[in-house]
Design a protein. Sequence first.
Length: 106
Amino acid sequence: MMRRFQGHPARAYRIPIRLVEAAYGAGNFDDAGDEIAAALADLADYPGQVVCRFAFDCAHHNPWYHALVVGVAGLPEALHASFAARLAALGLPPEGRQVSYMPWGR
């Protein structure tokens, strides 16, 4: 049995909430999350290799800076650029640089 997360660092992708709502409609984070998870699963070598978690970052007082944070664990380093491209194809380009930590821990 293959072990998940074998040496692949976790990353967090910040997607502005305004982009999610522009692409999927106001408050429709469920459909966006389903498509994000499907895009990630398509890159996996086997089922269960990659795990994603979702969180909202609404700490800033200005809603322009609120984001949907997608935490990804188990994705090989070479595939992170492909995942970012898939997010962009969904109309959800990640903002800034992907960070190697997740807001909720590992």
